[in-house]
Design a protein around this ligand. Structure first.
Ligand SMILES: Cc1ncc(COP(=O)(O)O)c(C=O)c1O
Length: 430
């Protein structure tokens, strides 16, 4: 299925392009329409990765007592056990006293934070987002679809702003926050979902200042550091500390951080963390303690015992499994599309995704073509609020879950669909 060509497709003469399209279409037809079952849509760890943490099972060996004597088998301790908060501190690079170690999912604590911000107040005073008719959050795009779903769930509007390779477009962000109904910004600061970008130091500093710049007095930077330790290479990207920057800028009450062990140990069966100022954690405590009499401290203790002193080597084991999968995606994109001028894609140094941009107007079509021959991709528009990718060009690729063989087959199909759809579009425009 390889293509030996070195010229951008839009520079081909029409008859050569027509011949080539006929050949690609024949290859597509040969795929047999839907007999395959391939999937590049799932941002999940693969079986080999989750197996790395099977040692969690039975690790306590009957010893359920935390370092301070707490019996983790019983109720209580809304902020989690001290050593789990230390683990959160290691992950998030902020002091343990600024951390709540919660239940199994960072999304559920984001839910808690949005609910608290909207209806109850993050600072134990009169400031709630519900005072505003139409509270809004800034959504750097392309971004993480579940942030959008969560915001929509609470009736919070999303305002897209562009992502750059340095992080969210700061000029757009500063302009948007002059509207007092803009209450915050979603950020995935390291190995962003889906672009893989790590925010530049200047971006981190500027975002820490944004609550000062914003017209709203209840503006919050929602810092979802889901990929804090998920480096693909020995030398990972370095993310500047927004905790330090916010302390310097006097905005510590307006930056809330999230992380979890979901893609470190067992996805959905780990420990999630919230990081924030004492004032914010106090407000969240009140609502957390209504929600639950305490988190799963037994699982917290398991995680501490399992990861203590070996977080780095454990993440290196993950990287050894998924690095070849990312390399395969890059290799096939380069081989099949490198010279054709019909797509750009990211080359992440960590995280879980590759972000692909095809020619405007083609993402939906390519995803449908792939689906028809048995390859599932993330739905078109998923990386934009309301599913609306105005250019219809972004496709999120998730290479971690499939086997190397599956990724290989899936990428051959995807690149064939891209080439065919692009060539047809070019021909239609002549
Ligand atoms: C940016 C980001 N945040 C949060 C999550 C989910 O985290 P959790 O499993 O802790 O709810 C994901 C999972 O894909 C993610 O990509």
């Amino acid at each position: 299925m390889t293509t030996a060509t070195t010229k951008p497709l839009n520079q081909w003469d029409t008859s050569a392009l027509k011949t080539q399209v006929a050949d690609w279409k024949a290859q597509y037809t040969d795929l047999g329409g839907g007999n395959l079952k391939l999937d590049l849509s799932r941002g999940k760890p693969g079986v080999e990765q989750v197996s790395l943490s099977d040692g969690l099972d039975g690790i306590l060996d009957g010893n359920f007592i935390a370092a301070d004597g707490t019996d983790t088998r019983n109720y209580g301790g809304v902020r989690g056990i001290a050593e789990a908060r230390d683990l959160g501190s290691q992950l998030m690079g902020i002091p343990a006293e600024n951390i709540i170690a919660a239940g199994n999912s960072s999304l559920s604590v984001m839910h808690l934070v949005l609910r608290t911000a909207r209806d109850l107040g993050l600072w134990s005073d009169e400031r709630t987002w519900s005072r505003s008719d139409r509270p809004k959050l800034l959504a750097p795009v392309p971004g993480y679809d579940r942030h959008f779903v969560l915001s929509k769930h609470f009736g919070i509007e999303l305002l897209p702003i562009p992502m750059t390779d340095q992080g969210p477009d700061l000029e757009a962000a500063r302009a948007a926050v002059s509207d007092p109904s803009v209450k915050g910004i979603w950020c995935v600061p390291k190995y962003a979902n889906p672009t893989g970008c790590t925010y530049a130091d200047e971006t981190v500093a500027a975002l820490a200042q944004l609550p000062e710049v914003a017209a709203a007095d209840d503006f919050v930077v929602l810092w979802d550091n889901a990929y804090a330790v998920h480096d693909l290479y020995d030398e990972g990207d370095t993310l500047a500390s927004i905790f330090d920057a916010a302390n310097s800028a006097g905005t510590a009450d307006h930056v809330i951080q999230f992380a979890s062990t979901s893609k470190i140990t067992h996805a959905g069966a780990g420990v999630a963390f919230i990081g924030g100022s004492a004032k914010v954690l106090d407000a969240l405590d009140k609502h957390l303690s209504v929600f639950s009499i305490g988190p799963d401290k037994v699982n917290q203790l398991r995680h501490v015992k399992f990861l203590q002193g070996r977080l780095q080597s454990h993440m290196a084991d993950h990287a050894a499994i998924i690095r070849p999968k990312f390399a395969l995606v890059e290799e096939i994109f380069t081989r099949e599309l490198g010279e054709l001028g019909v797509a750009q894609w990211t080359k992440p140094r960590g995280g879980y995704f590759v972000s692909l941009n095809v020619r405007p107007g083609l993402a939906r079509k390519i995803i449908a073509m792939a689906k028809d021959v048995g390859l599932t991709l993330t739905p078109a528009g998923a990386t934009f609020p309301y599913g609306n990718d105005p250019q219809d060009q972004n496709i999120r690729i998730a290479p971690t879950f499939g086997s190397m063989e599956e990724i290989h087959a899936a990428m051959e199909i995807l690149t064939l669909c891209i080439k065919t759809a692009s060539a047809e579009q070019i021909l239609a425009g002549r």
